[in-house]
Design a protein around this ligand. Structure first.
Ligand code: ADQ
Length: 463
């Protein structure tokens, strides 16, 4: 069997790059290298170029988007309509018919290009919300191979998703897949409910029948490369990576609370800053003893809601620092840039508390990275939002409601005061969970399910 992976963005690896970076891109690349295969998607550039690059037994086939496609398919429908509604944020959902048409257009164009590259025994694995109708478009072009979909972000209930115009038509296209993977059981239940309520599908356990086709739905919680991350964190301490050395000098003996997220409203960054401020207001004796480091590289800056979040996070951090800081102590530091994996691992290990408090998140890999990076002899404490998919697996974290500022503030206090024996007990259980459900486990389980699922041969209605 040959594996074909399709994702919105494809980064062609450097010829000499070693696959040590970790993360999803590497996990997929390894799967491709194992089976031999093809990775198809957007080059990330605006233009009219389409090209194929061979690296070992993997072919990277990328295509540019036109500026109009980037606006409608990527910034418009994917990031201003699907992203907010999938994260339960109806108030932020901006629907434009022209964006939806652009979204369908790019999926159609991708299907046209991809159909010409598919071989009879290929297994096709499509990733994420940008590409929901891609399988339906491939089926229309006569592709009968196994096609699986993995949804990296949450899937809301039918009454939330139903507010999106054309949602029933879009959801119906999912029937073209043989297997649909979600992050959690809740997402699976919501998805099946949506297919039943919005499209009139029939449910038989985990299988859903729509028209002439049957699709299997299952949860596959994604993981990280735990062992690689643990080694990085241990090495970063020995090698005293530059930003860490600077942190040591500027923090001294002070405790560190850390947040690491793309600058995205789903991550609850502003609410987290407010909660840290509340913690310092409620516990004045802690002032001067602890700082919050929030690392938040900007993303999707062309989308107005993200520009607004950028402004708000500066404003809230500035206000709290002015209100609570001292000339020799800054309570909150917001750093808006990306760090190397090694530096990041070192920051996690230095921090006594990992604050992972998204308002809604498919999984959240930062929660798993924070645990993987801890010193087993003196580990930090993870404070985790109950609305992150990771909370379904990581019950030994301090689980909080990110909408409740006081609850998060108290969890920070509890974490900082937690006795070492309890920290070690919680850490060991959390580490066991992430180690036994790591990125390899995820990839293997998904591909086993996809290759084992009975094929459905019925026709699919076009979107
Ligand atoms: P994301 O929304 O991007 O992923 P997340 O799962 O937390 O969220 O992954 C972010 C990744 O970026 C982590 O590996 C993190 O280390 C890295 N990162 C963040 N800030 C960084 C910085 N400043 N420097 C370097 N690296 C940084 C989507 C979904 C999630 C789901 C994943 C995988 O929204 O819910 O867990 O896909 O399925």
């Amino acid at each position: 069997m040959r594996l074909v992976v399709v994702s919105n963005r494809v980064t062609i690896p450097d010829r000499y790059e070693k696959a040590t970076a970790g993360g999803l891109a590497v996990a997929l690349r390894e799967a491709l290298e194992k089976y031999g295969g093809l990775w198809f998607g957007w080059s990330g550039a605006v233009g009219e170029d389409t090209r194929q690059v061979q690296r070992g037994n993997v072919t990277y086939a990328v295509t540019d988007l036109t500026e109009a496609e980037r606006q409608s398919y990527y910034l418009g429908f994917s990031n201003r309509a699907l992203w907010p509604i999938m994260h339960y944020r109806l108030g932020l959902t901006e629907f434009q018919r022209s964006d939806y048409m652009g979204y369908l257009g790019v999926n159609r164009r991708f299907a046209r290009a991809l159909a010409g590259l598919i071989q009879p025994d290929d297994v096709i694995w499509i990733h994420d919300y940008h590409l929901i109708p891609l399988a339906a478009e491939l089926r229309r072009r006569g592709v009968t191979n196994r096609i699986g979909y993995f949804h990296h972000i949450p899937w809301p209930s039918a009454d939330v998703l139903g507010a999106l115009p054309f949602s029933a038509t879009l959801v119906r296209t999912l029937a073209a897949y043989d297997l649909i993977g979600m992050q959690t059981e809740l997402d699976v239940r919501n998805l099946i409910g949506g297919l039943v309520d919005l499209c009139g599908a029939r449910q038989e356990g985990r299988r859903v029948r729509l028209g002439a086709r049957e699709t299997l739905m299952q949860a596959f919680p994604i993981g990280i490369d735990v062992e690689a991350f643990r080694r990085l964190a241990a090495a970063s301490v020995r090698r005293a990576v530059t930003p860490l050395r600077a942190t040591r000098e500027s923090l001294g003996e002070r405790k560190l609370v850390i947040g690491v997220d793309r600058l995205d409203y789903s991550k609850g960054i502003v609410q987290r800053l407010e909660a840290f401020g509340q913690f310092l207001l409620s516990h004045p004796e802690q002032r001067g003893n602890v700082s919050l480091l929030q690392i938040a590289p900007p993303s999707r800056s062309d989308v107005p809601e993200y520009a607004e979040l950028d402004r708000m996070s500066d404003e809230v951090a500035g206000r709290l620092n002015a209100q609570l800081g001292e000339f020799d102590w800054t309570p909150i530091r917001v750093v808006k840039k990306a760090y190397s994996r090694t530096a990041l691992a070192g920051f996690y290990r230095r921090a006594q508390v990992g604050l992972v408090t998204p308002m809604r998140d498919g999984m959240n890999l930062v929660a798993k990275e924070y645990v993987a990076a801890q010193d087993p002899a003196d580990p930090g404490v993870l404070v985790l939002s109950r609305f992150a998919g990771a909370a379904q697996q990581m019950g030994e974290a301090l689980i909080v409601n990110p909408y409740d500022t006081h609850e998060v503030a108290e969890a920070i206090r509890t974490a900082l005061a937690m006795p070492k024996s309890e920290r070690i007990r919680r850490f060991e259980q959390l580490y066991h969970v992430i180690e036994t459900t790591d990125i390899d486990w995820w990839r293997r389980r998904y591909l086993e399910a996809l290759t084992g699922v009975p094929l459905s041969t019925g026709a699919v209605e076009p979107p």
